[in-house]
Design a protein around this ligand. Structure first.
Ligand SMILES: *Cc1c(COP(=O)(O)O)cnc(C)c1O
Length: 371
């Protein structure tokens, strides 16, 4: 529905010009736009997931475990670091985790701070929970300027700070020293959004938990675990923080099938992580291939990267789409973002991009765009 179409309904004024969030879901051969894992779960994992779903359906007349204890136990075991189920909370995607965090720690008269460019959902979570949204710009290389961060925290005293590392859409990692300094300096909670941590080579912010009671580490099964369709996000933190999230959750928020199937997928973590290691190699190979086309690629530790520069990135996005390759027009100009597909998909992407760039060398003067 178009926002101009509210027909006099008493919709909140801040929603009047808003559109529902989401990248185009287009049915094209090569889809590299929403950072999904391109591989379905391995066959053995699939079989266990189906069996778990069937067992859950046998009892679907009953409400699910409100506390999702079995799943939280498996998630804690997967994370390691001495965590138990009381350190972990799960919800329908890390999107819901973030909303619950802002319901518990943000809200009217409170604020959330992030470091931009970053995940485009953060301002929407803030809006939806009536939390003021504050931003501190990153440096030109997309790292966080610790001094600027501490100054901004002193001035604005945010109740929630969110740091995506590796950051989306830039792929940039934030050093744990910087996160620790921010957490030490803040009376608010610091959410470290590690949606892509499995693709990174450095240590996780989970190592900060024992000494920082205000740090919450958010994760998702959408990316590394090839579970985007299953909708399972989770967060690790001190039990006191987890208890705050338990207060604001809807009753039975996490359905029985999701709990069971996610648990079965976690039993196959090793196979999933082997795939992740392969995708990290493909990312580095694709980055090198684009650099050899004389493009700039922003160093990334996730399953996507920014590439450019393009004077008219929309035209390049369209030209790739015309060749059956969907990338994402998001994040800082003058770049586009691509995520790691299968080896075959990356080959098609690189060929399409080379064609697009060649055309741009003046072979076809009628092209709508220039690099
Ligand atoms: C993809 C992504 C998420 C995950 O969202 P889900 O709701 O778990 O699918 C969270 N944070 C960032 C930065 C992301 O890119």
């Amino acid at each position: 529905m178009s926002p101009s179409n509210w027909s006099g309904l008493p919709v909140r004024p801040e929603l009047l010009d808003a559109q529902p969030y989401g990248a185009p879901q287009l049915d094209v051969p090569v889809r590299l736009n929403v950072n999904e894992n391109p591989y379905p779960p391995p066959a053995a994992a699939r079989r266990d997931m189906v069996a778990a779903a069937e067992r859950a359906v046998m009892e679907i007349n009953r409400y699910p475990d409100r506390e999702a204890i079995d799943l939280r136990t498996k998630l804690a075991r997967y994370l390691g670091h001495g965590l138990g189920p009381d350190h972990v909370w799960a919800a329908n995607g890390s999107n819901e985790i973030m909303i619950q965090i802002l319901e518990a720690f943000g809200g009217p008269g409170r604020s959330v701070m992030s470091f931009t460019p970053s995940y485009s959902m953060y301002p929407e979570y803030a809006r939806d929970t009536h939390t003021e949204y504050l931003v501190v710009p990153r440096r030109a290389d997309f790292t966080i300027d610790a001094t600027a961060a501490l100054t901004a925290i002193d001035r604005r005293q945010p109740h929630v700070i969110v740091i995506a590392t590796p950051n989306n859409p830039t792929g940039t990692v934030t050093d744990l020293d910087v996160i620790a300094a921010i957490a030490d300096h803040s009376d608010g909670v610091v959410v470290v959004d590690e949606a892509y941590q499995e693709f990174a080579s450095g240590p996780s912010a989970l190592t900060l938990l024992p000494d920082h009671g205000n740090v919450l580490v958010s994760r998702t099964m959408s990316k590394a675990f090839a579970f985007a369709g299953g909708r399972l996000g989770y967060v690790a933190a001190a039990p006191a923080a987890i208890d705050a999230l338990r207060v604001v959750r809807l009753p039975y928020h996490l359905n029985a099938v999701t709990q069971a199937v996610a648990g079965a997928a976690l039993d196959h973590a090793d196979e999933m992580l082997a795939q992740v290691a392969h995708m990290s190699l493909v990312r580095d190979a694709a980055s090198a291939a684009l650099r050899s086309l004389e493009l700039t690629v922003i160093d990334s530790q996730s399953n996507f990267f920014l590439f450019g520069p393009f004077a008219d990135r929309h035209a390049v996005w369209q030209a790739l789409l015309d060749r059956g390759v969907l990338v994402r027009e998001t994040g800082p100009e003058p770049y586009l973002r691509v995520c790691v597909g299968t080896d075959e998909e990356m080959g098609k992407f690189e060929i399409a991009l080379a064609q697009v760039l060649r055309k741009n060398d003046g072979v076809d003067d009628n092209e709508r765009w220039t690099a």
